[in-house]
Design a binder for this molecule. Structure first.
Ligand code: IPM
Ligand code: MG
Length: 361
C-alpha cells in the first residue's frame, strides 16, 4: 500500500524546514516500510512567480489526488504589494478551502527541556499540554461581502463579514468534542457572544452538540478573557475550540508558552481525516536562507500526519520521542537557544532527530 504525500515547501524558510521533515520521514519510511511517496508542488509566492497564481491548477490536482499534504510556509516582503487576490496567503487559504480542511488542530506542548526558553515563569508553563481546535474554512477569513469601497463622501471604507452557518459550527464542535474525549475531557469554547451575534449562535450550538458528549465538560469563555487566561494560567485548559480568526491569534499566544513559535505543529483535517500538515509559524523572510530556522514544528507536523491520516501511531510516537531525545542532547536552534546549550543549524537539528531514530528511539 502506498501513501501519496504532496510536498509544498512554499516561501521563506519553507523549503529549509520542509527538507528536514522529509529527511525524517524518508528515514522512517525506509526503516519501517511505511510506503510513503513524495511529490513536490508549488504554493504561495513561489507558485505566483512561476505561474502567476499562488495556488495553480497543477497544485489543486496534486493535492486533491494526494492522501496528505506537507506544507512549509507562504508569504514574504517581495509579494506584499501584490493585489490581495494573488498574494501568497491566498494560496494557503485556497488550499484549506478547496479541500474543506475545516478542523485545525494546534497542540501546544511544553517540552520540559525548553522550560527556560519560554518568556513565562517555569511554574506557569511546566507540564503544559493543550490543544487548540481552530475552525479553518469559515468565519471572517472567508465571509462575503468583503473589500475596500469608496463611500458617498469620498472616504474609503474597508469591510469584512463574520459569518458561520449552523452546519459549520456543528462540524467543528463534533471534531473538538471527539478530541476532548480522547484527552482530559474538558472543552472550552471561546467566543465573543457578548458582542457578536455570530458567536452567540456559536455558543448556542456548542451547548446543543454538548448533549451528544455527556462525558465531556463544556465551558465557555470570551476571547479577551481567554487571551489573558492563556498567559495567566494556561494549564487550566485541556482543549479549546474557537473561530478561524480567534484561533489564529490564540494559537500564536499559546506557542510562546512552549518557548518558541518554532515548536508548534498543526493538522488541518477534512471530514474523512485527510489532512494538510504545517507548522503554525509563517515564512519568516527575515531569517530565510540562513539555515537557522527551527525545523521541529514541521517535523512534529509530519508526526501528526502519520498519526491522524495514516494511523501509524508507532511511527508518530517515534518522531516525537526522537525530538525529545534531540532536545535532551542539548542541541538548540537560535530561537530556543539558552546558555550552556549547543547552537545548531536547521539541518543539524534535522540530523539530530534522524540520529536519535537511528539510535533506536
Ligand atoms: C496561520 C497563518 C495564516 C493564517 C496566514 C499565513 C494566512 O497565520 O496559519 O496561522 O492567518 O491562517
Ligand atoms: Mg497565524
Amino acid at each position: 500500500m502506498t501513501h501519496k504525500i504532496a510536498v509544498l515547501a512554499g516561501d521563506g524558510i519553507g523549503p529549509e524546514i520542509v527538507n528536514e521533515a522529509v529527511k525524517v520521514l524518508d528515514y522512517l519510511n525506509a526503516d519501517m516500510g511505511l510506503g510513503l511517496e513524495f511529490e513536490n508542488g508549488l504554493i504561495g509566492g513561489a507558485a505566483y512567480d512561476e505561474t502567476g497564481s499562488p495556488f495553480p491548477e497543477a497544485t489543486i490536482t496534486l493535492t486533491k489526488a494526494a492522501d496528505a499534504i506537507l506544507l512549509g510556509a507562504v508569504g514574504g516582503y517581495k509579494w506584499e504589494s501584490l493585489d490581495i487576490a494573488v498574494r501568497p496567503e491566498k494560496g494557503l487559504l485556497g488550499l484549506r478551502s478547496e479541500l474543506e480542511l475545516f478542523s485545525n488542530l494546534r497542540p501546544a506542548i511544553l517540552y520540559p527541556q525548553l522550560a527556560d526558553a519560554s518568556t513565562l515563569k517555569p511554574e506557569v508553563v511546566a507540564g503544559l499540554d493543550l490543544m487548540i481546535v481552530r475552525e479553518l474554512t469559515g468565519g471572517i477569513y472567508f465571509g462575503q461581502p468583503r473589500g475596500i469601497r469608496v463611500l458617498d463622501n469620498g472616504e474609503k471604507q474597508g469591510y469584512n463579514t463574520l459569518v458561520y452557518t449552523e452546519t459549520e459550527i456543528k462540524r467543528i464542535a463534533h471534531s473538538a468534542f471527539k478530541i476532548a474525549q480522547k484527552r482530559d475531557k474538558r472543552l472550552c469554547s471561546v467566543d465573543k457572544a457578548n458582542v457578536l451575534e455570530c458567536t452567540e449562535l456559536w455558543r448556542e450550538i456548542m451547548d446543543e452538540v454538548a448533549k451528544d458528549y455527556p462525558d465531556v465538560e463544556l465551558s465557555h469563555m470570551y476571547v479577551d478573557n481567554a487571551s489573558m487566561q492563556l498567559v495567566r494560567a494556561p494549564k487550566q485548559f485541556d482543549v479549546m475550540v474557537t473561530t478561524n480568526m480567534f484561533g489564529d491569534i490564540l494559537s500564536d499566544t499559546a506557542s510562546m508558552l512552549t518557548g518558541s513559535i518554532g515548536m508548534l505543529p498543526s493538522a488541518s483535517l477534512d471530514c474523512n481525516g485527510k489532512g494538510m500538515y504545517e507548522p503554525i509559524h509563517g515564512s519568516a523572510p527575515d531569517i530565510a536562507g540562513k539555515g537557522i530556522a527551527n525545523p521541529l514544528a514541521t517535523i512534529l507536523s509530519a508526526a501528526m500526519m502519520l498519526r491522524y491520516t495514516f494511523n501509524q501511531s508507532v511511527a508518530a510516537d517515534r518522531i516525537e520521542a526522537a525530538v525529545n531525545s534531540a532536545l535532551d542532547s542539548n542541541v538548540r536552534t537560535a530561537d530556543i537557544y539558552s546558555d550552556g546549550m549547543q547552537k545548531v543549524s536547521t539541518s543539524e537539528m534535522g540530523d539530530a532527530v534522524v540520529n536519535a531514530l537511528k539510535a533506536g528511539v
